[in-house]
Design a protein around this ligand. Structure first.
Ligand SMILES: C[S@@+](CC[C@H](N)C(=O)[O-])C[C@H]1O[C@@H](n2cnc3c(N)ncnc32)[C@H](O)[C@@H]1O
Ligand SMILES: [Zn+2]
Ligand SMILES: [Zn+2]
Length: 976
């Protein structure tokens, strides 16, 4: 099968480079010709017939696989090895000879008789974009785009060069300032006014003015919030500032005339006012214009959060209906209010109920704590990867009687007394801590390849707790408490699985009086003996009711968001989206046939378009906007392509455009990689359909990709720093979308795998802009999820202290130990079987590994009941295991896999002499410069996590480690 050939070709290259990074192209071709028996190191190549042509045909895929392989290691540097350098040159020559097919609607022909999966390797159609998006690219993509015109498109004026010219107001001094109209109030010795005349021009509260900037020729834009005169007799105003896009991170991609409202304000002298500015708040459906008659015209529509690079509808941040708790009647400033509220939130505050004068609880950082609440506590001993401690508040200490609190003390300078609550909590233990498996007395150094580590098959349940008999007092509640959770007695839960599927839930039915709890000293505890907080219970019940009514409404009224997944692959992102219960993916676009077929099989109610996203965009616009009659088009499998949905039909577009070209570790980044332009295609879909919501997922490398740079050998020089993300955010905001982005780590969200990805949300003004979830599981701190902005500042959405989280990390064991075990039979090709080997009773099913194809069971029984929450959730209602297989290997590889010591972290260095791939351990080889390629042929830690998975399992790759259990010497499907 050509698909296998493609995969194999990639593996052969990876294997060759992993074995010997210094290998040249010529040596590699020689190796390809060598038969297995005579090749000591790369024998796995010998049973695959691969020619030079296969490699060239598959080069994009090979890079993609290499990318994934090195992604988590970052420092590998293999991408600059001689073999790949030569390949790059050859591919360059080949590309020059090949012309891209032009995907004009009238002349659309699908290349038949071509392996449909190969379509993914060559992006055959030029990138189609709408004129609006084309304009926003400012010509920074090296590739030529086809602009697809709507009916009424006019030519836009912005050209391809980067130019931001704002007219500069020149006015060195202001001469004359007087108040206009009566004083509106006097308070604490300060007089307030509603307007002033500055050099003859009337300025009123609410106006936007140019403010002199002593550090630059360009003035600030500021909104006049209030005007006043204090004892210094200076005529003052409180100004809330705007910033131009070029001064925030949009920089080079900023629109000429767009300003962004900030939460940044200060008192200024009216003398600094240079004049009134003409700044318009765009209406919600109003597009920005590019054609200005008035050179002083500016507009705004977004508030910009300087800390998180978030853009939200400006109207939310200057809402006239805001209730001011911290600003006085005459000094109302939204930004001051926010600032004070945030400041105050950090301080504990007592909560009083109606007429009572004794507090019923306290608030810190926006979270309420009451008697009997269950709380997350930051452990005393700082250690990585631990979950919060959990306790129940059994007493609130230092309570204060209610007094009349004056929030507006700013002027009378009274020092407000700060509340100082403390709590006494009763501790709860985690059930799983009692069933920790016995640790082996072996170490990596002492283990032999026969060591078997016992897996007791205990049922773990990260949601299960028990009461301890200990109480303790927590005084510094601001630092130690980090939220509340819901702990329920098992007897009070009607459906335990449904309960456990919620966030921040735990259950219990036992207690212990012992200092050293273990399974045998747990005693049953009655539901009646567990106190709970009535306030929170009511709140929870109301919330649940609202949620179920909402879901019911969404289902009955068919109000799910009708979604389109562009570049859907086989539908990974779709599964997640549809699982929310409020999204229904109705259309998917994917041009690799096998992926599109898989998508179709899993989503029978959706339309999977097995065609190029560019062609389909062109057709959608032709049909729905230009109202043309379309010629029939075939997909890559020869089927007729159905019509595309019309604008108005699509509420949500989400996509994971191909990402290989962006990865920062790709030493072969091409300035003109056509795959990188698919981002512009995706944004053009947004422009055409204007859905309510948008989500884009990609590798972190997209954040730092330089756009518009020049190719210099293997590097891209110059160009715009963070150009792609700036272009995306500029495009989304230009189309009126609020937006925020962050890097998320899959390991933080209940997955036993390290996978960091960039997510960008878009939501129309007036819609809710989704936030990012907080981690639910602990995960190794290695690898930052910080976003670094061009000005050197960085941010993360993770607000949990030090990586603590409600639940422990999910381990490899918890992911897979319910699957039936099997073990590779040692083919003894190099070392004959010893007597003791023959006598050794292997505890698992033995499977001989064929040289080709796969090994395992296509369909089989589970090995046990679910043994962890992860397993329960991934099984859902599934009763049988499918595709419990791994790829085949040649005998030498199998013998190596079998002989690597059964110990976490063991790798090729533990192999006996004759099985060692020389190039991985020879002190004279390149391997020595790479720390002996530590970890290759490695065994995963059963208590650890997986790294990003490859399409195929390869023992040479660090991610394709020969597998788990430390004793299964098998590689199998990855259940993630
Ligand atoms: C990163 S993957 C998307 C993975 C997917 N979101 C998931 O969760 O499974 C990108 C996909 O885009 C597809 N693709 C690349 N270029 C395309 C094009 N021009 N039209 C349609 N699909 C394309 C590739 O075949 C690949 O499956
Ligand atoms: Zn203010
Ligand atoms: Zn409560």
């Amino acid at each position: 099968m050509p698909v296998f050939k493609k995969i194999r070709t990639a593996n052969v290259i990876i294997e060759a480079i992993a074995s010997n990074p210094e290998i040249t192209y010529e040596q590699f071709l020689d190796l390809l010709k060598q038969p297995a028996a005579t090749s000591s190191s790369l024998s796995s190549l010998s049973n695959i017939e691969i020619s030079e042509k296969d490699i060239l045909n598959n080069i994009d895929y090979i890079y993609q696989e290499l990318e994934t392989w090195v992604d988590e290691k970052e420092a590998f540097g293999v991408l600059s090895c001689p073999l790949l350098t030569s390949l790059q040159k050859l591919v360059g020559k080949k590309r020059k000879r090949t012309k891209y097919l032009h995907g004009d609607t009238d002349t659309v022909k699908t290349k038949r008789n071509v392996n449909p999966n190969l379509a993914v390797l060559q992006h055959q159609n030029p990138t189609c974009v709408t004129p609006f998006i084309n304009n926003l690219t400012k010509g920074m993509f090296a590739n030529k785009f086809i602009t697809v015109r709507h009916d009424n498109d006019i030519d836009l004026f912005e050209d391809a060069s980067i130019k931001i010219e704002a007219p500069i107001i020149k006015k060195p001094v202001t001469h004359h300032v007087i108040w206009s109209g009566e004083r509106i109030a006097k308070s604490y010795g300060i007089s307030y006014y509603n307007s002033a005349v500055v050099d003859g021009e009337e300025i009123t509260v609410g106006d936007i003015v140019y403010v002199r900037n002593d550090d630059s020729d360009e003035p600030w834009f500021a909104k006049v919030m209030y005007m006043f005169e204090d004892s210094s007799k200076k005529k003052m105003f409180h100004s809330r500032f705007f910033n131009h896009g070029k001064a925030i991170f949009l920089e080079e991609f900023a629109g000429d005339r767009e300003l962004f409202l900030l939460d940044n304000c200060s008192d200024n002298e009216l003398e600094t006012v240079m004049g009134k500015a003409e700044v318009k708040l765009l209406d919600i459906d109003e597009d920005e214009t590019f054609d200005f008659e008035d050179e002083h015209f500016y507009f705004y529509r977004f508030w910009f959060d300087e800390k998180y690079a978030t853009f939200e509808d400006a109207r939310l941040h200057e809402d006239p209906n805001t209730v001011y708790n911290y600003c006085t009647k005459y000094e109302r400033c939204h930004s001051c209010e926010n600032f004070n509220a945030a400041d105050q939130k950090k301080l504990p505050k007592w909560i009083y109920q109606d007429s009572q004068d004794i507090p019923i609880g306290f608030t810190i950082k926006g979270i309420d704590y009451h008697l009997n609440d269950f709380v997350y506590i930051i452990p005393d001993e700082e250690s990585e990867n631990t979950s919060y401690e959990i306790g129940q508040i059994v007493e609130i200490l230092n309570k204060e009687e209610r007094t009349v609190v004056d929030y507006f003390e700013k002027k009378n300078k009274e020092k407000k007394k700060v509340a100082n609550p403390a709590v006494c909590v009763r501790s709860l233990g985690r059930y799983d801590d009692l069933i920790k498996s016995k640790s082996s007395n072996k170490s990596l150094e002492t283990a032999t390849y026969r060591d078997i580590i016992h897996d007791p098959h205990d049922v773990k349940d990260c949601r299960r707790l028990f009461f301890k008999n200990e109480t303790r007092v927590i005084r510094n509640v601001s630092d130690k408490l980090e939220g509340v959770c819901w702990v329920e007695h098992k007897d009070r839960i009607s459906n335990l699985n449904v309960f456990k599927d919620e966030t921040d839930t735990f259950y219990m039915d036992c207690k212990t009086t012992k200092k050293q709890p273990n399974l045998s000293n747990l005693e049953t505890m009655n539901a009646d003996d567990v106190q709970f907080c009535i306030l929170c219970k009511e709140k929870r019940q109301n919330h649940q009711k609202e949620m179920s009514e909402f879901i019911e409404y969404v289902n009955i009224q068919q109000k799910k968001l009708r979604a389109m997944d562009i570049f859907s692959g086989c539908g990974g992102l779709t599964v997640g989206m549809d699982q929310t219960g409020i999204v229904e993916t109705k259309w998917a676009i994917e041009f690799a046939s096998s992926a599109a077929l898989t998508f179709e099989k899993n989503n029978p109610h959706a339309i999977a378009y097995n065609q190029c996203a560019n062609l389909l965009l062109e057709r959608a616009i032709a049909e729905h906007s230009r109202k043309e009659k379309l010629k029939p088009l075939q997909d890559f499998l020869g089927q007729k392509v159905p019509s595309m949905p019309a604008p108005g039909d699509v509420d949500f577009i989400y996509c994971g455009p191909p990402c290989q070209g962006f990865s920062g570790v790709n030493r072969y980044q091409k300035a003109d990689d056509i795959k990188n332009t698919l981002v512009a295609t995706a944004l053009s879909y947004v422009d055409f359909y204007r859905p309510e919501f948008f989500l884009l997922e990609n590798v972190r490398g997209m954040l730092c990709f330089r756009l518009g740079g020049k190719q210099d050998g293997r590097k891209i020089l110059g160009g715009i720093k963070m150009g792609v993300i700036k272009f995306i955010i500029r495009s989304l905001t230009a189309m009126g979308y609020q937006t925020r982005f962050s890097i998320q780590q899959a390991g933080h969200h209940g997955v036993p795998q390290s996978r960091r990805r960039l997510f960008i949300w878009g939501a129309k003004r007036g819609s809710y802009l989704p936030d990012f979830p907080q981690p639910s599981t602990c995960f190794s701190k290695q690898g930052s999820i910080n976003v670094l902005l061009p000005d050197g500042t960085s941010f993360t959405y993770n607000r949990r202290t030090n990586g603590y989280a409600p639940y422990p990390a999910v381990s490899v064991r918890e992911a897979i130990n319910d699957l039936p075990e099997f073990e590779f039979v040692n083919p003894h090709q190099v070392y004959p079987a010893e007597k003791e080997d023959k006598e050794l009773q292997r505890p698992f099913r033995q499977i001989e590994v064929p040289e080709r194809g796969w090994v395992g069971d296509m369909e089989t029984e589970y090995g046990s009941e679910p043994l962890s929450e992860y397993q329960r959730q991934s099984r859902k209602d599934c009763t049988r295991v499918y595709n419990h297989i791994c790829r085949a290997f040649n005998k030498l590889t199998v013998e190596r896999i079998v002989r690597i010591t059964m110990f976490p972290g063991a790798d090729h260095s533990s192999l006996p002499e004759k099985l060692k791939p020389w190039c991985l351990s020879d002190p004279n080889s390149a391997a020595s410069r790479h720390n002996g390629w530590k970890g290759l042929f490695g065994r995963l830690d059963f208590e650890g996590h997986f790294l990003t998975a490859l399409t195929d399992i390869n023992p040479m790759g660090k991610t394709g480690v020969s597998y788990v259990k430390m004793l299964f010497v098998a590689c199998f499907i990855i259940r993630l």
